[in-house]
Design a binder for this molecule. Structure first.
Ligand code: ADP
Ligand code: MG
Length: 408
């Protein structure tokens, strides 16, 4: 997914209004009916129609036609290792209209626009990283200072799988890529901020909007690309000390590996990538702690032929003295939001083992097809908001407020 910064310059105020209307509508509609977009954007009759066509051509929104479907859920049955369809139920709802959904392109646009307005991003440069669930770009602010923009792309790989398994999430509507990407960005920002404030070597967090974080650009290479270090023993103990110090502050990185540790010229490590951090009070804390330690031990042995009998052990070396996990929760990224994201991440982990079985039924893009019920009845069910949707809407406006709180 390429970030198209050019669109920024070409969109008119009315285009922006319509795009914003699609985003607002997305908070409680997976596909936003065209009529609702017109209503929210309040342009003169027919005005939003043409604009929607233009936005779709630029891939900022995607049109979804004839959505008179009822949803049915394809669920994965772990016992039989097969997926089965659950027929439409009274809870399944129907859209009768044509509609649009926001694409990642559109969501990127809205975030960039916000950054531009706040002066944190002025221009977009090269892409420096493509993760499984993120894209990383070099950007510059108005003072021409280079920064890093990280865009979360949750659901890019296995959205279908997630959808089919969302019963396990028990968060039916909130398992959308937009919402989950936003949670991941909020979490990354909240943790980076609290770590930075407590003197950990992490990039300075600069701004947050939707699924995107702007942070300091670290002039360093990932440990993965480093073949030689001046003092291997020192780096090893610096990294183990960092794991222990994090735990003393109540935190476990959870993905402490050669990709997420950057090494400066002088040999100092910098830690990045925080969407999977957990508290040392987490039920599986010991497992995550040991996995982080093991990652470093295995890498040092393989890359540098370095082995040490000294390595930290959970509990012995990590008695907590501070409560950064509590601070993060207090800063606005609540425990409840963390749990929602964790549930998603757990499903992704499971899903990775099972993708083959589930993905054998066609391309990821076949959303429309998948959602259409074959023996679709023509009964004109009124489109109603389920209580779930109302809840999510409330929840979403709360998180909007929280983003501002976290930034404050
Ligand atoms: P992912 O979640 O996809 O693993 P990361 O945050 O780990 O994303 O970033 C991926 C890569 O982008 C890193 O390995 C690093 O090379 C680069 N990168 C990310 N953030 C920065 C930064 N602040 N400064 C320099 N490089 C960065
Ligand atoms: Mg990473």
């Amino acid at each position: 997914m390429k970030l198209d910064a050019k669109a920024l310059r070409y969109l008119s105020a009315e285009d922006f209004r319509v795009l914003t209307a699609v985003e607002m509508g997305s908070k409680n509609h997976e596909v936003v009916p065209t009529s609702l977009i017109a209503q929210i954007s309040q342009l003169r009759h027919g005005g939003s129609h043409k604009i929607l066509g233009d936005l779709a051509k630029r891939n900022l929104v995607a049109r979804v036609k004839n959505i008179k479907c009822r949803y049915r859920y394809r669920c994965f049955d772990p016992l039989n290792k097969a997926s089965k369809f659950i027929p439409p139920s009274r809870n399944a709802y129907a859209y009768l209209d044509d509609g649009y959904r926001l694409t990642y392109g559109g969501y990127d646009y809205l975030a960039l626009k916000t950054f531009a307005r706040r002066g944190s991003v002025y221009s977009v440069g090269n892409q420096i990283g493509v993760g499984k669930e993120s894209d990383i770009y070099i950007v510059a602010n108005e003072e021409d200072q280079q920064l890093v923009l990280k865009l979360q792309r949750l659901g890019r790989v296995s959205f279908r799988t997630i959808k089919s398994k969302r019963d396990y999430l028990q968060k039916r509507k909130s398992a959308s890529w937009m919402y989950m990407s936003r949670l991941a960005a909020m979490k990354e920002y909240a943790f980076m901020k609290v770590l930075h404030e407590n003197g950990f070597p992490v990039p300075t967090p600069i701004d947050l909007s939707r699924h995107c974080v702007v942070m300091e650009l670290i002039d360093a290479f990932p440990l993965r690309q480093v073949d030689e270090v001046k003092n291997v023993g020192k780096l090893y103990s610096d990294l183990m000390d960092m794991i222990v110090r994090l735990a003393r502050y109540g935190l476990i990185h959870g993905d402490f590996n050669e990709f997420n540790i950057l090494i400066r010229d002088n040999g100092d490590p910098v830690l990045i990538d925080f969407p999977q951090m957990v508290s040392t009070s987490h039920a599986n804390a010991e497992f995550y702690f040991n996995r982080d330690v093991e990652c470093i031990r295995v890498f040092f042995k393989r890359r540098f032929g370095y082995e040490s009998v000294l390595y930290p052990k959970f509990g012995l070396d990590s008695n907590r003295e501070f409560d950064l996990d509590v601070q993060v929760a207090a800063s606005g990224f609540s425990k409840k939001l963390q749990e929602e994201l964790e549930a998603y991440q757990a499903v992704i982990e499971q899903a990775e083992d099972l993708t083959e079985e589930i993905d054998d039924e066609g391309a990821e893009e076949d959303r429309e097809e998948e959602d259409v019920d074959e023996d679709e009845s023509e009964d004109e069910t009124e489109e109603t908001e389920t209580s779930d949707e109302v809840k999510l809407q409330e929840h979403d406006s709360q998180t909007d407020a929280l983003v501002d709180d976290i930034k404050a």
